[in-house]
Design a protein around this ligand. Structure first.
Ligand code: ATP
Length: 752
């Protein structure tokens, strides 16, 4: 949609079509729901029959039964998930064909298509066609339904010649879109599947390979598009992605909570979502770093610091070390250690794994010394007994550990922050001032900025995985057998078409409870995903990018964000600068230009303030304006004024189930405001919340009361934080201030 038509739509009402047309559509919608009910009950019957078949039979029969039970359970959940607004679109093609578009594909008993999945190629025209490029379509119709009832229609004529005698009163451009934009917020993001716009659709369906960067101002649908793209990719590339998985990285847990309904409503539940703080199994990073520390820890050069820290644990001792084994004097010689270290490094294995080579080499040299002390070669049996004795000897163990120290990532990184000599040794290039910033007390909690360093360390250190490798080989053999068996089962069963042999084999795997790809991926640090989606990506440091690229060696990424909204000092103001070190020039840029959230007046004010502060603001047009959407309230008593404004906003916007108000203030004001307003929780179900600008990132509310913008613009993330805070409302921004307003944020522009 271009900016002009969007604005026009803003002034239109949703047109309800003629009642006969609605009746006609109701008949179709009834048929589709009837088919949905039929499929549900058939699947439920099969599930019941499968469960009834009892615990008898061979283990093979039992695991086959369990696999089918899980399959039917998943299918029932999927069919239940698409109940709401099952069908939302109809496309009339010039050749006379009519196609209904909905959340899933449905076919009748004869396999004739009744409903086209929104992700199928056949649905693309529904989202892309314009009257300038109708792509074979004569008319696009949006169906508005509530609880299986058709309540409205909106038509767009795409090919005027072919349209015939369509009644003009049913024509309306973006009514469904406008209705979605003005609806009261619920604290949870909804899907946009019925109203995806052409520029968004192009991004959603863009190729899987390579990295796609989606830049767009606030409210342009970046998050919505990223989530729909994940669902689309899983549909279009199911074979690849179902096994490797899709990872979604969001800025905070509250943000993940805010979006967690979207994918299930699109029939997808298998995406792993996480924050950077939670990405490492076994590490809970809860503390927040001061900005100057975050900046240092995020630099690409920290990879070198970690590498040196690991190297420092492979060390030739200052002098030869005498040891006595089995009554014989031996020497751990410096030159032997040097050779063994070189040998172990040549394996190019991670430190803790290469240690095996180092130790083997050293023990062999000590055994040689022992043999020459005895004056005769050792028999193979004696030699292996001796090697065991050497390995068990305390002095030998200590000396070898000092030379090649087995260490966990946590210990390595903690030593850097708590033992100044370790940091000097690993980071000679850091200034003394930067090193001082990094010092902290032993046992201090991990921060989000530690996580990429821990991951870097884990990568270089590795774990001793011998047992795991043996197990993996055994599992691989078992799996080949399972897949073959599943193939035979599929050939003779009713499950064909719903599931592949690989997936069924997963379900046959008799060992323990079935783990989904998502569950397996979450538990495994070194899991590599088929695709990674990163939201609010402008905040990521160079070290965080290294960590994410390790999780997706094919570099298939969707990276969405806005370089004008950056708050982290380690984040970016330029995609090229941020991505070049990790992706080279292997990324493509797409831009979103229409703001579907914020009324024009508010968006313009926020934009003027951002431009005045020199931020790299993307051009954008708001899809609508709302009368009285910006209120500026000067005061000498902030708390009292905020209290009054919140009371008014609550009365105006909060209804039974919907309507959300946020007070956004600089972090240091948040607790006083919470106390004054009696606001405790900050969850999606709370009608009024008080947040700092970083917490508000990615979220939206009907009304935002912005407290003392001058303070927000000069703390933390500075003007970027103010830009985020001012662009959260869907209906109204109330600016309460005692200090002068930052330039640009006044009610009407100083100059036209
Ligand atoms: N095509 C659409 N149809 C209906 N609603 C839409 C559409 N595109 C976006 N929206 C709505 O606009 C709002 C903003 O979308 P979203 O949060 O994805 O924007 P964003 O670009 O990620 O914003 P920010 O950068 O400010 O976090 C959401 O309520 C979303 O549902």
């Amino acid at each position: 949609m271009d900016g002009r038509s969007a604005r026009t739509a803003g002034r239109r009402k949703v047109h309800v079509g003629r009642s006969e047309e609605i009746q006609l559509e109701q008949t179709v919608v009834d048929r589709l729901y009837a088919r949905l009910d039929e499929l549900r009950s058939a699947t439920r019957d099969r599930l019941a029959r499968t469960r009834r078949s009892g615990p008898s039979g061979s283990p093979q029969n039992r695991s086959e039964r369990d696999a089918f039970a899980t399959l039917y359970e998943d299918r029932v959940a999927q069919l239940d998930g698409v109940e709401d607004r099952l069908v939302f679109g109809r496309l009339d093609l010039v050749d006379g064909e009519t196609r209904y578009v909905g959340r899933v594909g449905l076919a009748d008993a004869e396999h004739t298509s009744m409903l086209t999945d929104w992700r199928a190629p056949a649905a693309q025209t529904f989202y892309r066609a314009t009257s300038a490029r109708p792509d074979g379509a004569a008319r696009r119709r949006h169906l508005v339904t509530h609880a299986r009832r058709v309540t409205g229609l909106e038509d767009e004529l795409l090919d005027l010649d072919a349209a015939g005698d369509v009644n003009a009163s049913t024509l309306s451009g973006e009514g469904a879109l406008l209705a979605a934009m003005t609806a009261g917020r619920t604290g949870r993001m909804g899907d946009i599947v019925a109203t995806i716009q052409a520029e968004q659709d192009a991004i959603i369906r863009s190729a899987l390979s390579g990295a796609l960067v989606v830049q767009g101002g606030p409210g342009t649908g970046k998050t919505a598009v990223a989530l729909h793209r994940a669902a689309y990719l899983l549909y279009a590339h199911r074979r690849v992605l179902e096994r490797s998985g899709v990872l979604l990285v969001g800025p905070s847990r509250s943000f993940l909570h805010y979006i967690d309904q979207v994918l299930p409503s699109l029939g997808e539940t298998g995406v792993v979502s996480t924050t950077l703080a939670d990405i490492l199994p076994g590490v809970r990073a809860r503390a927040v770093e001061p900005p100057d520390v975050a900046l240092v820890k995020g630099r690409a050069g920290m990879a070198d610091v970690v590498r040196r820290a690991v190297r420092a644990r492979e060390r030739v001792p200052a002098r030869d070390v005498p040891v006595r084994v089995d009554g014989t004097d031996l020497v751990i010689r410096r030159r032997d250690v040097r050779d063994a270290i070189a040998h172990a490094r040549r394996t190019h294995k991670p430190h803790n794994l290469a240690r095996v080579t180092f130790v083997r080499e050293m023990l062999a040299r000590l055994a040689e010394q022992y043999a020459s002390a005895q004056g005769e070669p050792l028999s193979p049996e004696d030699r292996s007994v001796l090697l065991e004795d050497l390995r068990a000897d305390r002095d030998v163990r200590v000396a070898l550990n000092v030379a090649w120290f087995p260490i966990t990532p946590q210990r390595l990184v903690e030593d850097l922050w708590t033992k100044p000599h370790r940091l000097v040794e690993a980071a000679p290039a850091l200034s003394a001032a930067d090193r001082r910033l990094l010092v902290r007390a032993q046992g201090a909690p991990w921060t989000e900025d530690d996580v990429p360093l821990l991951d870097e360390a884990a990568e270089l250190l590795g774990e001793d995985d011998q047992a795991e490798r043996a197990q993996a080989a055994a599992e691989a053999a078992q799996r080949t057998a399972d897949v073959e068996y599943a193939r035979q089962v599929l050939e003779s069963s009713e499950a064909g078409g719903l599931v592949g042999a690989d997936e069924l084999a997963d379900r046959f795997a008799a060992s323990g409870p079935r783990l989904t790809t998502a569950e397996r991926a979450t538990q495994d640090r070194s899991w590599t995903y088929g695709h990674v989606v990163v939201d609010e990506a402008q905040e990521l440091s160079a070290m965080a990018w290294r960590m994410l690229v390790r999780r997706c060696p094919t570099r298939s990424f969707t990276i969405v964000g806005d370089v004008a909204q950056t708050s982290s000092p380690a984040g970016a103001r330029s995609w090229a600068q941020m991505l070049e070190p990790v992706l080279g020039d292997g990324w493509r840029l797409a831009e979103l230009t229409v703001n579907y959230r914020t009324p024009t007046t508010v968006a313009d004010a926020a934009r003027r303030a951002a431009l005045a502060a020199g931020l790299p603001v993307s051009p954008q047009t708001s899809a609508r304006d709302v009368a009285g959407s910006l209120r500026v309230v000067p005061t000498t008593d902030l708390l009292t004024t905020v209290e009054r404004e919140v009371r008014d906003a609550r009365a105006e916007f909060v209804r039974d189930e919907s309507g959300r108000v946020a007070v956004i203030a600089t972090d240091s004001d948040v607790s006083a405001l919470r106390e004054r307003l009696g606001v405790v929780g900050a969850g999606p179900d709370t009608p009024v919340v008080v947040l700092g600008p970083v917490e508000a990132k990615g979220l939206e509310f009907d009304c935002v009361v912005l407290v003392e913008p001058a303070r927000i613009a000069t703390r933390g993330g500075g003007p970027g934080d103010l830009y985020v805070a001012a662009t959260r409302p869907t209906q109204r921004l109330v600016v309460v201030h005692a200090q002068p307003l930052p330039a640009g944020l006044q009610e009407s522009p100083a100059s036209p």
